[in-house]
Design a protein around this ligand. Structure first.
Ligand SMILES: NC(=O)c1ccc[n+]([C@@H]2O[C@H](COP(=O)([O-])OP(=O)(O)OC[C@H]3O[C@@H](n4cnc5c(N)ncnc54)[C@H](OP(=O)(O)O)[C@@H]3O)[C@@H](O)[C@H]2O)c1
Length: 331
């Protein structure tokens, strides 16, 4: 193998992401120098935050550069190593981007054990999305047993973990998801107490029926109408972990009519970015890893095959076509 393929950002989207915002390139595999290693990626992680990086709008992180490899989480195997901490055959998790192979100096790369945890799970339940769930739930919502917790995008990478962790804490957990199939999965496979299908056309009434005692804590992944409906059901001194606003990532208007409940119910609303407090990651990942390894934390994956499938899979993620953690499997 002397060449590899990668996908670069070719242009910035206005509105919905289009396939021609990306470009597939073939490159020569470079020789590694001392202190470097060559990794062959097995899985790429596709995540909603990438939409933000594709634009130049002000955000918490710098935009993705044009004509450079699309950023993203990866898990792969070391093919060659001149780095003292990594050996050929090691499985490594990092952010090597949308590429079949990459040279790394080891920065932001960590070795993982795949004996009891599948490699792909390090991009989902035992990776950044799982950690997002763990952090928002434990550090912001801090729900007590018996409280009602609502989670939007409930069948997804983050939402599925939030709900299961909240169930382990003894909460009543209600998901919100798009479609009957996703809702059935959320209740039957993930063990939520109820799930409301926001696409069924009766969100406010269905959510009221599923939260007879009101809502004590919201884990918000979607924003817009979904968040608006949940705000109206909050109890006094409720907490909101504001994690994502995917309904507006393509620039759609997402008005909120029920913001007054933040005042009248004296809510604590905190937006967060999971990378902001790295000191929590070792504890969170250890807990998540142990739950996955012992079969106490379920997860589901949508796996697209081959690097060239990444743009369509990413566009699908922003439209809810994924069902669980969206990955791309490389050959
Ligand atoms: N703050 C942080 O540090 C942090 C870290 C990771 C992720 N996040 C955020 O967490 C959220 C979930 O991320 P994830 O990786 O777990 O993704 P995911 O839930 O696995 O996939 C995204 C899901 O969002 C829903 N969705 C997409 N477009 C929507 C729309 N227009 N309106 C309503 N729902 C829509 C879809 O589910 P339905 O079919 O059920 O609608 C889709 O399956 C995202 O907002 C993401 O940006 C934040």
């Amino acid at each position: 193998m002397t060449t590899y393929q990668r996908i670069v950002l070719a242009s910035r989207p206005t509105g919905e992401v289009q396939p021609d915002n990306f470009r597939l390139e073939t490159k020569d595999i470079p020789a590694i120098k001392d202190g470097e290693l060559l990794v062959r990626n097995q899985y790429l992680s596709l995540d909603p935050y990438m939409r933000g990086r594709m634009s130049t709008n002000k955000s918490y992180a710098a935009p993705q550069a044009l004509d450079e490899t699309m950023i993203g989480g990866t898990v792969g195997v070391v093919l060659e190593s001149k780095h003292p901490k990594f050996a050929v055959g090691d499985t490594v998790v990092g952010t090597l981007g949308w590429t079949e192979v990459a040279v790394s100096d080891g920065t932001m790369l960590r070795k993982v054990d795949t004996t009891h945890i599948p490699a792909s799970a390090y991009l989902g339940a035992v990776g950044m999305p799982g950690m997002t769930a763990w952090y928002g739930l434990n550090q912001i919502m801090a729900p007590k047993a018996g409280e009602t917790v609502v989670v939007s995008a409930a069948s997804g990478a983050v939402g599925s973990v939030v709900g299961q962790l909240a169930k382990l804490k003894g909460c009543r957990v209600v998901g919100i998801a798009g479609g009957a199939e996703k809702c059935a999965y959320v209740v039957k496979e993930l063990g939520f107490d109820a799930c409301v299908d926001y696409k069924a056309g009766n969100l406010q009434d269905d959510l009221a029926a599923a939260t007879p005692d009101g809502i004590d804590a919201i884990f918000e992944n979607v924003g817009g109408a979904v968040f608006d409906a949940a705000l109206a059901r909050t109890n006094a001194f409720g907490r909101v972990a504001l994690c994502g606003w995917i309904a507006g990532y393509n620039g759609e208007p997402t008005p909120i009519d029920n913001a007054r409940f933040i005042l009248t119910n004296r809510l604590t609303v905190r937006g967060f970015i999971v990378s902001e407090q790295p000191e929590f990651w070792p504890q969170g990942l250890a807990e998540l890893g142990s739950l996955v390894a012992t079969g106490k934390l379920a997860f589901r994956e949508s796996v697209a095959e081959g690097l060239a499938s990444a743009p369509d899979a990413f566009i699908g993620l922003l439209k809810g076509r994924n069902f669980g953690k969206q990955l791309v499997k490389l050959g």
